[in-house]
Ligand binder design. Structure first.
Ligand SMILES: Cc1ncc(COP(=O)(O)O)c(C=O)c1O
Length: 384
């Protein structure tokens, strides 16, 4: 799908115009149940855990946008990931990158492990070493690319090639780029999932998860898991995501533009030891990032030089908010070592490249000069 086609699909995609009223916006079907015309004759919907017309528009829309055939909407990103993990059974093993989202690791380690589903950390950025990491039990590779907060890039097509040769699925968490910048199914992944709470919703006002895929058999299994486990997205939240999606392209263009300018500026700043952003030519992941995605996203990280005070840096910011999340119109800053990755041991954090000096910025839509002034003010306050 070209950029132009994608942008048009965002606006007109799965819904178009309401056939009975001419409404341009998908109605919010705030109902749990549906009349059955006669005994044994169920219409398109019967009960909202199994299907809801507003949710259906969203599910069709994410399938279109991810270039899949089927989409499923869940009450959160974690509910979506849980549904995907339910595809596996006792004895199966899932390979994961070392800086996979902590919530996904917790889910595997605290719960799925008890059902005999194991996981192993591998370097998904190193194809040669990944090739030797599969075992007879390996049934899937779970990718996040780029990762958070160190923005490591994995080659989705290459991972898919070696995983498929060994009969394993590739699951791509596409939260950080959204289908506007990267479409893993088109690159060979089998399942794509999102914390739609982030860029897809885009306004910090809805918690949601999405899954999209091509294969009808896998899709039937996800559908049954969705219906059976019940972590579905409600109609109002589905509407909020549909609304947020319409501006995805313009939001992401602006976020990438702002993030790229800030990453370049930080790279030359005396208060910064290291910048992580795969949109910089000097970044380790730049070549693969530019091959498989049309932008590097709105997330970047940097190491603050130790002559600057970390608490003072965060306290001084007025435009950028100290907060855990990302992907919204508002810029947010986070200290991974004490916030998003506080539950990870210091040794593990060191292995993951998350130093105590690391700051993550999720760049939003504010004016670039305001953002730079805010960050510069923080450097000044932190040095004093
Ligand atoms: C990459 C990634 N996947 C999944 C999740 C979980 O999503 P949610 O918070 O919507 O449950 C998050 C949350 O931050 C995330 O960053």
């Amino acid at each position: 799908m070209t950029k132009d086609q994608f942008e048009t699909t965002l606006i007109h995609g799965a819904f178009g115009v309401d056939g009975s009223t001419g409404a341009l916006t998908a109605p919010i079907y705030q109902t749990t149940t549906y009349q059955q015309r006669e005994l044994g004759v169920v219409q398109r919907f019967d009960y909202s855990r199994s299907g809801n017309p507003t949710r259906q528009v969203l599910e069709d829309q994410i399938a279109l946008l991810e270039e899949g055939n089927f989409g499923y909407a869940f009450a959160s990103g974690m509910a979506a990931i849980t549904a995907v993990f339910f595809l596996f059974e006792s004895g199966d093993e899932i390979l994961i990158p070392c800086d996979l989202y902590g919530g996904s690791v917790r889910l595997l380690d605290n719960y799925f492990k008890n059902f005999g589903i194991t996981w192993r950390v591998v370097d998904t950025t190193d194809i040669a070493s990944l090739e030797t990491s599969f075992s007879a039990k390996t049934k899937a590779v779970l990718l996040e690319t780029p990762t958070n907060p160190t923005l490591q890039v994995s080659d989705i097509a290459e991972v898919a090639r070696i995983a498929h040769a060994r009969g394993a699925l590739v699951i791509a968490d596409n939260t950080f780029l959204s289908p506007y910048l990267q479409r893993p199914l088109a690159l060979g992944a089998d399942i794509v999932l999102h914390s739609a709470t982030k860029y897809i919703g885009g306004h910090n006002d809805v918690l949601a998860g999405l899954v999209a895929l091509k294969n009808p058999e896998l899709a039937d299994r996800i559908l049954m898991i969705q219906r059976s486990s019940g972590g579905v997205l409600g109609p109002f939240d589905s509407y909020l995501l549909l609304r947020g999606l319409k501006t995805l392209a313009v939001r992401m263009d602006r976020e990438v533009e702002n993030a790229t300018a800030i990453a370049r500026w930080l790279k030359g700043h005396s208060g910064v030891d290291r910048v992580f952003y795969p949109g910089l030519e000097s970044d380790r992941g730049y070549a693969i990032q530019t091959k498989q995605a049309s932008g590097a996203g709105g997330l970047l990280s940097f190491e603050l030089n130790e002559s600057y005070s970390m608490p003072a840096f965060f306290s001084a910011m007025r435009v950028i908010t100290l907060a855990e999340s990302l992907g919204s119109v508002e810029s947010m800053a986070c200290h991974p070592a004490t916030m998003s990755h506080a539950s990870v041991s210091p040794e593990m954090r060191a292995k993951m490249g998350i130093s105590d000096r690391l700051i993550r910025l999720a760049i939003g839509l504010e004016g670039l000069e305001s953002l730079k002034e805010d960050i510069e003010g923080a450097f000044t306050a932190a040095k004093a």
